[in-house]
Structure formats: C-alpha cells, structure tokens
Design a binder for this molecule. Sequence first.
Ligand SMILES: [Zn+2]
Length: 457
Amino acid sequence: MISRILHGGDFLNLGTNLMLCFLCGMTSGDPTTGSAFGLMTKYPLIDGHNDLALMLRILHDNRLSQVDLHNISKVATDINRLTTGHVGGQVFAAYVLCGAQAKDAVRLTLEQIDVINRMCTENPELELVTSAEGLNDTKRIACLISIEGGHSIDSSLPTLRMFYQLGVRSMALTHTCNTPWAESSSTIYDVYQRENDSLTDFGKDMVKEMNRLGMIVDLSHSSWATARAVLQISKAPVIFSHSSAHAVCNHSRNVPDDLLRELKENGGLIMVNLHSGFVACHGQANISIVADHFTHIRKVVGSESIGIGGDFDGASKFPLGLEDVSKYPALIQELMKRHWTDYELSGVLRHNFLRVFKEVEKERDRQKAKGTLPSEAQIDLTRVQNPCRLVLRRPDHQTTKMEQMYSKGHSGLVVPRSLLLQSTEKERKCVHMLLCSGGPVSSLHAYNKDFWTEIAD
Ligand SMILES: [Zn+2]
C-alpha cells in the first residue's frame, strides 16, 4: 500500500507525509527533509544503474527462493530500501565478468536477465517494463534491464536483437575490457588492443542497430575516444548511466567537460555515479562532494542533461549518508539546500531519463516508418577468432598440404577441419593451442542440408 502511494506520482496529503517522515526516521519539523520527500513522492527517482543482480549471483547463486527480496543482507538494494528511498524506477544491470568474454558470456548474461526477470515478475511491488510509457505509468517500482558490457553479445547483432526481445533496453558498449569493436576506459584487461580505432566499422554498425531497435546506448565504461565516435554517429540520445564529472574527480570513468558539451548537443544524459572512488579522488567522500558533481555539470551543460545512476551493489564504497538506495532523499535535500529548483530536480529525478528514452523510441519508430531492415553486418572473423568459436566453411574449399598435416591431429585428438581451413599464422596458432589444451575438438559438427557439409573429421 505504501509503495503504491510512494510511486503513484500524486501529491501526498499531510497525514501521509507525516507518516512517511516517521517511517524514514525524520521529524516532521524538518522543513527541508519534508520537501525532499514531498518532491520525490511526486517525482519518484528513476535510477540509471544498479548491480543487485550481480550480488544475487555472488551471494546466492541466483537462487531467489532462498532470498527475501524485501530485506537482503550484505547488499545495498532491496525492496524495502527502494521504497524508503523513493525509487520508482530502477535500471538493473545484467553484468558478467570480462573474463567470460569469448567464452560463455552470452549464457551468463542470459542467466542474469533471467534473475532480473524473475525478481521483477515474482514480486508484486516490482514490475518489469520495456517502454518509456511503462516506466512512467506504473504504480510499482519499475525494472528496466540493461546489459553492462558489449562482451555480453559476442560481437553478434542477431544476439543483440534477441536480447532486445528479452526486454533489454540499454547496453553499455564496454565494461572494463575492450571488445573487438569498442574501447574501454580501463586498461585492466589486455585484450583487443586498439590502434587508434576506438569504434570499428562493426562498432558503428552496432550503434546504428541499437538506434534502429530502440535500445539506449550507454557510454559509461567506454573510453572517451569511443564515446566521441559514438556521439558522431548516434541518431538517438545516449547516456552515461553511472559516471560523474571529471573536472571534480579526475578518474577515467568520469566525463570531461568537452565531452559533456558533445553529450548536450546529442540530447543525452549523464547519470551521476555515487561510488566514493569516482566522486572523491582525494579525501573522504560525502554528500557535499556528490552535490559538487551535480553543480559542476549543471554549470557546464544545464540540469536537463543530468540524472542519477547510483551504482549501488556495483561498487564497494559509498559516501557517508549515501550508503544504500534508501538514502537518495538525503542527496535531493542537499541539492535543495543549494537552491536547485523543483523543476530542475524533477528532471534529475526522472523526467530527463524519460525524455531520452522517449527520443530513443522515436528514432526506432522513424526507422520503422522508413522501412529500415535489421542489419546483417558481421564482424570480421579475424578479429574474433578463438577456440570457442566454430568457423563455417564451404565444402568445396581446397585443402592445403598444411591443413592435411594438421588434420591428422595430435595425441590421438581429431581436429575439426573447420579450425584448420584457415590461412593466417595466428589462426594456426589457435589450432596449436587447442591441441595442447586437449580442448573439445573431436565432436564439433556444423552442417546445413544445402550449403554446408559436415566439417569435422
Ligand atoms: Zn559499472
């Protein structure tokens, strides 16, 4: 009942307001706090990034039957605290480790989508939504699914489209690893090194396909060069779902002023990250320095370009007073103290994100009206060659001496010809790797009645 009142978007009567203040441990004599609660009751927060699904995997192996989602220990997010924090919409990240890239990232991502889907359909306080209208209209806490990292789609546009079918409405192009087509802001992983090629042609096809589908492009975790390249070509507004201001804390995950200006041109949004490591590069993080990020970004590009992407459960340390999702009103209270207007804050809380989402949907509709077909672009196979990827070849391919030699196998293993009918040295090394690792090479078959033939010996 309370959650219906909280997220109904209606004015509260005085009695309910007092009750809320009581529930949240605030006194009704604090006019500023009352105003923050009142404002957030009218404009419940849509938060751009939350990693509860990751924590459900880490702590509970995704076994939701063992978890009371109203009250979960060792995490910063649960239904009770979302309700207390006046969160009316939450973008939940389907995130899998970069170590899964080129291995089982797609399966693991499907499992994360499954757990978000279950969480948001098995609890009456939550509702899975897939449109701006659904996000705005629900009286429950809306859940929107986002993929965090392009490694989740294994460089495949059909996979991207199938994720859209499953309800995914946003994707970060990278996490902390480069993909074969886009560059990360991080250099932790030594994979797919870039050579002044921050967004390849296939990466551009990816952005165009996301525009066509109506999937929000998320640039948090991408390098600035990749972000700039995307901003050059995206026909729809983009977001940084959980990044802060580089001018206030010079971390590579944050956004510099010139990029903020390009983002404004695009009509996009930066949703400020609350993680201590990104808001305070030096010293203790507190609510005041978080507010400094908001104030700085407003000064550079205006409040219409700002949202909130808390990053709860995706990072370990948060500022004093902003430790979990129930604490958002304290942040709004701080911004009110700094004379942010109700109009500005209603945008920050939800209207700016809704505007971007609607624009993304409009671009989708425009392309549909034009008859734009799904992209059939494929990644250059030399960029993604690895032992886990089966390569199909026509049966009329002439086998070379080298290939015949390799096809005899090694140590009793049968080598699939699919892996041998390659020409580059790099690819032959890949075969070597398989032989040495004793990988699953004896049972690979791929065929199509008309076109392909069985290619394993
Ligand atoms: Zn992240």
